[in-house]
Structure formats: C-alpha cells, structure tokens
Design a binder for this molecule. Structure first.
Ligand code: BGC
Length: 707
C-alpha cells in the first residue's frame, strides 16, 4: 500500500458524496470537490467549489418565520469537460453510457487527482479517458485539467465540450433544502476562441467572482458558446482508433476582494491568457507541495495509519494553507469541502493549533488575525448584551457577527427547533487559548504586547463582566458548555446553564495567563491592563466556582440531579445513538433531562490543561483534588457520553492514553476513521471535520498541554 495515495474503484452512487469530499483539491484560496468533470449536481454527484471567506446572506422562510443564513457560497463550477463520439450522447456518469472502468486516485504527495475511465456508449464505441487535475498550490488563482482521450475501437469525429457554469446554487446538504441557496447573480458570460469567461456576483455581499478558462485540443478550432451564466467552447477533431488526443483546460479564479487587481474579470482573464501549460503548472504545483510536506509530515510505522495521517494533513493544509497568510479567513469547521455548517467558523481551531502552530506559525497567526479583525464586532456584541470586552460568536462568518442559525432541523422528527448553541460563550476562551498556544510555539513576546495580547485581554474582560460574585465565589450563569445536548435545565424558564465547569475553569486559566503575559512582557496588548483589572483577574483566578457531586466535577450546576439514561435500552432500540438529541426529541423528550453528553465537556479540561494543569487550577481555587478524583471524573463522563461529535473521540483518545491507556484504543480507532470511514454516518460527504483531522495528527505527535 502506498500511503500517499487514496484510490477508489467503481462508480458507487451511495459513496460518491464521501469520495468527492475526500478527494477535494484546494489551496487555501479555493477548493473544489473531487466530482467528475462530466458530472452535474444530481443528488449523487455534487461538484462544489468554495472560495475561502466568500459568504453571502439570504433570508428564507421556515416554520412560519423568516430566518437569515450566511452561507459559504458555492462558486461557479470550473470543472465541466466532457466528450461525445461520432455525434452520439455527451458522456455523463449517470447517462446512457456503460462505465467499464472508473478509477479515481488522489495523490497527496503531489496534490493531484486523477481518473482512468473507460466507457462504452449506446452504439458500442469504447473510449478511454485519463484525467489529471490540480488546484495550484503555487499560484492560488489557478486550476487545471488534462485529459487524454483514446478511442479504443472506433474512428470518427470526437467532440469535446468545455464550460464554466455560473448557474450553481448551494444545495449540498439535504437538511437545508428549505433554505434559499441562490447566491449567484449572473453578470456576464462570453467566449472567444478557446477562452471562456463567466462573471457572477453574490446576491447580498456583492462579491464579484470571475472565472476564465482556456481550453485547447491539438488540431481543433474552438467553437465558442455562451449563455446566461454559462460560457465555454466545443472542440472537434477526427480521431482514429487507438490514437490518443490531449485536451487541456486551464482556469483562473479571482474575486473583487483580491488585492492588486483592477477588476476580478480582468484579473481572471489576464491570469488565464498568460498561464503556463498543464505540465509546467503541475511541476510548480508539485514543488509547492514538496515544500509543505517537509514541515507537515507526521510519521507512523503502520502504512494504513500513515495513509490516514497524510490524508488529514493534506486536507488541513489545503484549507489552512500557506496562502491564507495573505487572506482574511478563519478556519471553517468543515473545510472548503462541502456546505455543512454553511462554512462557518466555530471553536474547532482549538484542535488545529497544537499541530499547526509549531509547524506553520505564519498560518496560525493569520487565523488569529481573522479573530482580531473582528474584535470591533465582538465588542459590539458584548456591549449589546450588557457586558464589557469582546464576546466572540459561536458561529462566525464574514464580519464576525453571530451566525448561529435561530432554528435547526431534526430530520428524525421533521421539526425545526430553536437553536440555543450561541450560548457557547466558551468560544472566546478557545480564541484566547489559541493565542497562548501560538505564543508557546513561537515565544513571540511582540504578539503578547500586540494584537494577541489584545485578544487575551478583551476576552478576559468579557468573562470578568459575565461572572457574578455570589457567596464568596464567581459564577457564570446562562451559558452552554461544549456538550451541545444540554442547553438548559429541565423545565427551566430560559435556556442556558449555570457554572459550566469547562467555562469556569478555563476562565480561571485565562485570568492566570493574562497576568502571566503582563509579567512576561510588561503589558498585555497595546493598552495593557489597569491595576483594578489585575486585582479582579487575580481574584477570579482564585475564586471561580466549580460544582462537584458524587466526588466528581459536575459538568454544570445541577448535573448530578439529572436522571440516568437507560443506555442499554437506547442502544438496543436504535443501535447508533450518537445523535441522541434527535432520537429523544423525536420521542417528545429532551437530553436536558439526562446525564448524557454529546461530547467531551468536563474532559476537555484534562485535554487542554493536562492532569497537572487542571490540578493546579482546582487546588488554586481552593478545592480538594487528587489523582483519585481525576480518575473518578474521567470514568464518570466516559460512561455518560455518546460521542455525537468527531471531536469527542479525539479528546477521549488523548485523555485516556494518559490516564488509562488500555481504554484509549477504541477512541483512537474511531478518531482515525472519523472522515476516511465517515463514522458519523454520512456527514463527511457534506464536508470534512477539520478539528478531528488535526486532532488525529496531534494524537500521533502530542504537544505539551498548555496548562
Ligand atoms: C460540535 C461542535 C463543533 C461543531 C463544528 C458540532 O457538532 O458539537 O463542538 O464545533 O460541530 O465542528
């Protein structure tokens, strides 16, 4: 087995979405799913292309109310390239031709996707296609296709049809089908000779997206074609059986947000006219990947594991690539690989920094700058809610406002339900933790004195104002922890929980770090903290409240009073109970009533701080805490977590490896399989899970906890 290759044989409609996601090619500026270039979005194939940071907002009407959604936009499709023999039917995977061979191969070392396809049309003519594809890691605005067409047993006219298609919509996630996905407004489309151009504009954010393509085939004069939102050309030659014909398509993508351009359309046109041919683009692209791999590689002695590590590093670096240093983009939880979670940015970079910061600190710095540029919005959000500092949104997109949808859909019950997950204020703590991780990797004191320190301080100010001092301790009320299955007390008047241990302990951790940063460099951020703030932060570091029950940390106040779930019965009845929330809601019940968590919540503390770091904070808070309490706590939540997020296996694998190595293995296996085996039952087709992918890499090369 070659650990640099991921190969799939045969055209399997049920697997196509997953395969497309896992064979996506990208360069941080944009990415294109590994759909066949002859495919249309038809419920089986979904050729999506996503530009980092290119969002658009639309209002839809669901459950009798208007809801706003900001989506990562599915950009015009640059792939379309197909052929027909002797004036027959244009080939497409779901069409009338019989597919004899369908072999797809992702080469992670070189960053290419190739196909060998043999098809027999209705007239019995057999044609072999060998395709190679790249999305340039050398020049982030370029992509290219090379196709060798060989008529195996026929001679006659061969026609090739190449196009750019701007008529696409966002329709990659079935659950969102009630939401409007028509983000692209066609502006212009024309073709001249072998060069085609399509210009569209996003509906509300008014970003112009321009694509230009140059298609060539030796001996053929292109016949241009253009219509609304679509441009391309047809090329025709006479072929003889056994003689190969080569077709090349080079594509350029620009948007009106790019730097150093006059207009997106002109930039795309110039880029494609002056672009080198496929082989030269490939050589430069491969060299760019070689440079990345010298820093990215994580080694394993097991070839199968090595293949997975390569795949996960590959997809991570196609999203958070060295090119993001010149962009204003965050880390979309599901990559640039699909439309799940609408391309939003959550807290998942928390799982990415331990791997990325020591290897590519320029990339983690760029990701932190995405947050820093959105500080004004986070400050406004805090002010609007009556707090100080900066309140980062649980889901972030273009400008950093809260993008968490008001409603989410339960496919099991068919009901739209209120989504309270924006109460996960801990996302700000993740931003701060990432600043610290980046600092630990770089020892860059200027970061703490500059924008990184400003982030730390503004998040700390927010949590200081969120906390209330009651009965000698600081409490944080009305929030959610990482476990999304608990968004309120059973029968509670308002959503939200009190004293989520994860939030409170990480707040104590943050207060310590802000004070440490101030000691280290004499200031935190350009303004520094006042003496009054320093005093308050020190007090919070010593007096945050943590609740306990049965000798373990309570996930939140009152957790110990919840009912025990009949795990046996649910497993027997439903088999897979990862999405216990959907199961219970469909039964008219709610996970809020039970001691049953979606993912690691208390255990996140062990993961981020290490056992010693956690002990230091808890004893610093004046609580009795020892190794026995740690073990009891881990066991307690281990028995009450259903792992409805891929992040859960990462945390459990890592924490158990330190505390109870024997119990870690199944979680490691689950984590390794998260995307390659699509363990969450079909979610990878809608986008990869970047946090889990990067988390797996860290499991193999653990960083020290930042406790
Ligand atoms: C998890 C979150 C995560 C999000 C995006 C959810 O299922 O519960 O922790 O941030 O997915 O990956």
């Amino acid at each position: 087995m070659n650990p640099w290759l991921l190969t799939y044989d045969g055209f399997d409609p049920a697997q196509e979405g997953l395969r497309e996601a896992l064979t996506t090619l990208g360069n941080g500026y944009f990415a294109t799913r590994g759909a066949a270039c002859e495919a249309r979005a038809d419920g089986v194939c979904y050729p999506g292309t996503y530009l980092a940071g290119c969002y658009d907002r639309l209002t839809s009407h669901v459950a009798g109310r208007p809801v706003d959604n900001e989506d990562l936009v599915n950009a015009p499709n640059w792939l379309p390239l197909t052929f027909r023999a002797g004036g027959g039917e244009w080939f497409s995977p779901g069409g009338g031709a019989r597919i004899l061979t369908w072999h797809r191969r992702l080469d992670m070392l070189r960053g290419t996707l190739s196909w060998v396809v043999r098809v027999r049309d209705r007239a019995g003519r057999t044609t072999c296609l060998e395709q190679r594809r790249l999305v340039s890691m050398d020049d982030p605005h370029l992509a290219a296709l090379h196709v060798t067409v060989t008529p195996e047993d026929w001679s006659g006219p061969l026609e090739v049809r190449s196009a750019l298609d701007g008529r696409v919509v966002n329709a990659g996630v079935a659950r969102y089908r009630d939401l409007d996905g028509r983000h692209l407004v066609p502006v212009a489309a024309h073709a001249s000779g072998g060069v085609a151009e399509v210009l569209v504009r996003t509906a509300a954010s008014r970003v112009e997206i321009a694509l230009a393509a140059r298609t060539t085939m030796a001996g053929a004069r292109p016949r241009p074609r253009a219509g609304r939102g679509l441009a391309g050309c047809d090329l025709a030659v006479e072929v003889r059986a056994g003689e190969a014909v080569h077709v090349e398509k080079v594509v350029a993508v620009h948007t009106s947000r790019d730097r150093a351009i006059s207009s997106a359309a002109e930039a795309a046109r110039a880029a494609v006219v002056w672009a080198a041919g496929f082989e030269e683009l490939l050589a430069r692209h491969t060299r760019a990947w070689e440079r990345i791999w010298t820093r990215a590689h994580v080694a394993s002695e097991d070839a199968e594991v090595q293949q997975i590590l390569n795949l996960y590093a590959f997809h991570l670096l196609q999203t958070a690539s060295p090119h993001v240093t010149d962009l204003d983009v965050g880390l979309p939880a599901r990559g640039l690989h699909g439309e799940a979670y609408r391309g939003h940015v959550f807290w998942d970079e928390l799982f990415v920094f331990p791997y990325l910061a020591p290897r590519f600190p320029e990339i983690t710095e760029a990701l932190l700058r995405y947050r820093w540029r959105r500080l004004p919005e986070a400050r406004r959000a805090a002010r609007a809610a009556g707090f100080a500092g900066a309140m980062f949104p649980w889901q972030s997109g273009s400008d950093g406002r809260e993008e968490t949808p008001a409603l989410h859909f339960n496919p099991r019950s068919g009901r739209w339900l209120p989504d309270n997950s924006h109460l996960q204020r801990h996302v700000g703590l993740a931003v701060a933790y990432n600043v610290w991780r980046h600092y630990l990797a770089t020892k860059d004191a200027a970061l703490l004195a500059g924008f990184g320190g400003e982030l730390l301080l503004e998040v700390a100010r927010f949590f200081a104002s969120l906390a209330s001092f009651e009965g000698g301790r600081y409490s944080i009320r009305g929030v959610m922890g990482p476990d999304e299955y608990h968004d309120g007390r059973p029968g509670g008047a308002a959503p939200g929980l009190d004293d989520n241990a994860y939030t409170n302990v990480m707040t104590a951790w943050l207060m310590r770090r802000v004070l440490e940063a101030s000691d280290l460099v004499g200031t935190v951020g350009p303004g520094g903290l006042t003496a009054q703030e320093a005093e308050r932060f020190a007090d919070m570091a010593a007096r945050m409240r943590v609740c306990f029950h049965d000798g373990v940390i309570s996930q939140f106040e009152g957790y110990g009073e919840l009912a025990e779930l009949d795990w046996e019965r649910y497993r027997r009845t439903y088999g897979d109970i990862r999405r216990l929330d959907r199961i219970l809601e469909a039964e008219g019940d709610t996970p809020n009533r039970y001691k049953a968590s979606k993912q690691a919540d208390v255990l996140m503390l062990f993961h981020l701080l290490g056992q010693d770091g956690l002990a230091e904070i808890l004893t610093g808070l004046g609580y009795d805490w020892d190794a026995g309490a740690a073990e009891r706590t881990v066991d307690y939540y281990l028995a009450r977590t259903c792992h409805g997020s891929t992040l859960s296996a990462i945390v459990h694998a890592e924490v158990l490896a330190r505390i109870r190595p024997g119990a870690s293995e199944p979680f490691l296996v689950e984590a390794l399989g998260s995307d390659v085996r699509d363990v969450q039952g079909g979610t990878t087709a809608e986008g990869i899970h970047l946090g889990a992918m990067a988390g797996v890499l860290s499991l193999f090369e653990p960083a020290d906890p930042a406790g």
